[in-house]
Design a protein around this ligand. Structure first.
Ligand code: HEC
Length: 346
């Protein structure tokens, strides 16, 4: 416990040192009393665009600010009240969540599409369940879900990025992002649930063409077949507490590796920090590769592992890559935040 706190302090110090280059982006908080106070308090660890984009209810703003205090933000009670009140009045949520579509599914009980705060989400089970996928409609270049920003860091690993395999399509936010920011890359996306694939195409920014093929298939069978190898393979079919047994066997991991180029990267979204079963599975997966990097997108608590047989680029190389890409929106800013907080694998 003590060790963990010490590590957190180190990570935060590095984040604070990086704040200078963060401050210049997207400075568009509404002009009202206490605007300067919020600007000052909320740009110490990340860009203000992360805040400006949000629309939330007063209760939700209390949650956000409390979460930031949990991440190490020091605030007096009085400043806490003034910040919450500024955010609640000036960045209020316009309307309650709207259920757009719902269909039964044998794989996910029920598949739902919900619009809220300018974002569109895919949810399983109930309308108030957690987001499985989230997009900003019309903006495929944005990755509103922090864990996908971690996954995007893996794009820096292979020497060439030509072929990509995504296992678990969800709302297709990741393939849509690749298409927007890395045109020319070929993507195979494998989704076991036909209802999810249909919803992704009809309600999200996904469309199949010669650069994106959507396969309604069991990933176990898909990777069994002999294919042209991929430079990047994304394992995005694990849920926080649900790890399909068939996707956690040595045989499956072997088949995944057989489909990877020599300097390719496997990116796994798996909750290693919060679930012991996920930890066991992650160890098994890690044993197949020589190098591993752990990206954690707090406060969403997703863990993303980058795995490769080649040595992975170091932090400064990854930062140079993210900065060279020239894109300074919140998505790339989020990626640089995650790179700064990256750790070796647990
Ligand atoms: C001590 C560091 C720190 C400070 C100061 C801070 N934050 Fe954050 N904030 C974080 C971290 C870490 C994340 C996670 C970033 C990510 O995952 O991309 C985050 C993420 C967020 C998110 C995105 C959450 C989501 O669900 O996507 C919002 C909104 C946010 N912060 C608002 C604020 C506001 C408002 C303030 C000022 C009151 C603030 N932050 C100050 C550390 C901080």
């Amino acid at each position: 416990m003590i060790l963990r706190t010490a590590l957190l302090v180190v990570a935060m110090t590095q984040t604070v040192a990086a704040a200078q280059d963060v401050k210049q982006h997207g400075d568009t908080l509404p002009d009202a009393t206490d605007r300067e106070l919020v600007m000052e308090a909320c740009t110490r660890c990340h860009g203000i665009d992360l805040v400006v984009e949000q629309r939330r209810s007063p209760d939700e703003w209390i949650q956000v600010v409390s979460m930031m205090v949990g991440s190490g933000m020091a605030l007096t009670d009085e400043k806490y009240r003034r910040i919450v009140s500024y955010l609640s009045e000036n960045l209020a949520s316009p309307a309650p969540p709207q259920l757009i579509y719902q269909a039964p599914s044998t794989f996910n009980r029920s598949v739902l599409v919900v619009d809220h705060k300018g974002y569109r989400s895919l949810r399983f089970g109930n309308a108030d369940d957690r987001d499985q996928s989230r997009i900003k409609p019309g903006h495929p270049e944005q990755l509103p879900m922090p864990y996908l920003r971690s996954a995007a860091v893996g794009l820096a690993v292979p020497q060439k990025l030509e072929r990509l395999l995504v296992i678990g399509l969800g709302g297709g936010a990741f393939p849509a992002f690749i298409r927007a920011d890395f045109p020319g890359v070929y993507i195979d996306a494998v989704e076991i649930d036909p209802v999810v694939a249909k919803v992704a195409i009809e309600y999200f920014d996904v469309f199949a063409d010669d650069k994106l093929q959507i396969h309604i298939a069991d990933a176990v069978d898909f990777v069994r077949e002999d294919r042209k190898p991929y430079d990047y393979i994304f394992l995005d079919a694990y849920d926080a507490d649900q790890l399909p047994d068939a996707l956690t066997t040595r045989r499956f991991f072997n088949d995944v590796k057989a489909n990877l180029t020599a300097d390719g990267v496997v990116v796994a979204n798996i909750a290693v920090k919060s679930h012991s079963k996920a930890r066991t599975v992650a160890r098994k997966l890690m044993s197949f590769y020589n190098s591993c990097l752990h990206l954690r997108s707090a406060p969403s608590l997703n863990d993303v592992l980058l795995l490769s047989d080649n040595p992975l680029p170091g932090r400064s190389d990854l930062l140079t890559w993210a900065e060279r890409s020239g894109n300074k929106d919140a998505t790339w800013q989020g990626m640089t935040d995650h790179i700064r907080a990256a750790k070796t694998c647990p």
